[in-house]
Design a protein around this ligand. Structure first.
Ligand code: SF4
Length: 287
């Protein structure tokens, strides 16, 4: 068995960043063709309770995590999302990944409450400079609604980041999208282009994942980013759905501690990368 003591220094380095991902829930108002965790309105919800969430944040502080990313599914569907976001952002820099389509009604007013909170950032996905390109993968009307949501968040002064997922359709629109986002106040450094990953729905993309340009990933080629869901602890957020990515599961159970999950990740890392200087590539879901 590899020595944990010897390996402990990898946590907090590029080999194992001190970045904690939490899936607040898995259901989503969309069902994008390439969703890596196969989310949809019908997905098994896997909502985290407020108690479990707050316990994770408290432990993240104790365990030396430097930042928290909340994702799903669509986090803003979670009934307690605003209090969860406040709890996390009051303790650690927090990024919430959202499709930005649900900032209406009660959520619109509650989002305004979050504005001005230090350390809170929203990240969204826009996959083209026009509706047709984005909507082809994400559904009719989704570009307009996402842009309206981003515009509202920008008006509130909430810091925004945007990632574009590469598809066979959008390579020629990246510069134009940069310009569109700049008008919303999204700086060039807060915009990222990330590859399509052959997980979840993308693993079954029409014509096969390779035809869609999706890359294959596994734990051996990705630096771990500890990810917690209602099902357990996972190697990386792109493998957060235990049903479509069972190989990314590190520990099963709704009460896994971060200390245990960190130890298990270090153990697996040492098996995958014995002391030969090998270092897996970072794959950033976030900007
Ligand atoms: S990619 Fe994001 S917005 Fe689309 S179904 Fe998955 S979680 Fe929802």
């Amino acid at each position: 068995m590899p020595s944990i003591t010897a390996a402990a220094p990898i946590f907090g380095t590029p080999r194992f960043p001190a970045r904690l991902w939490i899936y607040t829930n898995f259901h989503c108002n969309l069902a994008c063709d390439y969703c890596v965790v196969a989310s949809s309105p019908r997905a098994r919800r896997r909502e985290l309770s407020g108690g479990r969430f707050r316990g994770l944040v408290d432990e993240a502080v104790r365990e030396g995590f430097a930042e928290i990313y909340l994702t799903g599914g669509e986090p803003f569907i979670h009934p307690d999302i605003f209090s969860l976001v406040e709890y996390a952002a009051d303790r650690l820099p927090t990024v919430v990944l959202t499709n930005a389509m649900l900032f209406t009604g009660r959520r619109r007013a509650e989002l305004a409450r979050l504005a001005g909170r230090p350390g809170l950032v929203l990240q969204s996905s826009i996959d083209g400079a026009c509706a047709a390109t984005h909507d082809r993968w994400r559904g009719t009307g989704s570009w307009e609604r996402a842009m309206a949501g981003l515009r509202y968040a920008a008006e509130l002064g909430l810091p925004l980041r945007v990632a574009l997922t590469q598809t066979p359709d959008n390579a020629g629109e990246i510069d134009e999208l940069r310009g569109v986002l700049a008008e919303l106040g999204v700086a060039a450094a807060d915009f990222a282009v990330r590859p399509l990953v052959a997980r979840g729905f993308a693993a079954n993309a029409p014509g096969g994942p390779a035809a869609a340009g999706a890359i294959a990933v596994c734990d051996a080629v990705m630096a771990p980013e500890l990810t917690i869901t209602a099902d357990g602890a996972h190697w990386h957020p792109v493998g957060g759905d235990v049903e479509s990515s069972p190989d990314f599961l590190v520990a099963r159970g709704g009460d896994v501690t971060l200390a245990d999950a960190k130890r298990l990740i270090v153990e697996r890392y040492l098996v995958l990368h014995p002391a030969d200087g090998a270092r897996p590539a970072a794959f950033r879901c976030a900007v």
